[in-house]
Design a protein around this ligand. Structure first.
Ligand code: 9UX
Length: 72
């Protein structure tokens, strides 16, 4: 199964942050696609909920020093 999740993210201040967060997310097992936008502070992931949870995705983002919260 694949779900699409959208989250807000705070703490990103430059384009390298975007690349960093996208790279972290794409490296997670169960995450198929990840895009984050600096201007809107929004992100979207396609993920397999049988492999990884929203909480785990948020945890990985927070480990990198950003705050994230799913809106969907
Ligand atoms: Mo830019 Mo982001 O110098 O963690 S990479 S602020």
């Amino acid at each position: 199964a694949t779900l699409v999740g959208q989250f807000t993210i705070t703490g990103m201040t430059c384009a390298a942050c975007v690349n960093s967060v996208e790279g972290i997310l794409r490296d997670l097992s169960g995450v198929k696609k990840a895009v984050v936008a600096l201007a809107t502070s929004l992100g979207e992931v396609e993920y397999d909920p049988n492999v990884i949870s929203k909480d785990e995705i948020v945890g990985a983002i927070e480990d990198a020093g950003f705050e994230a919260s799913f809106v969907q």
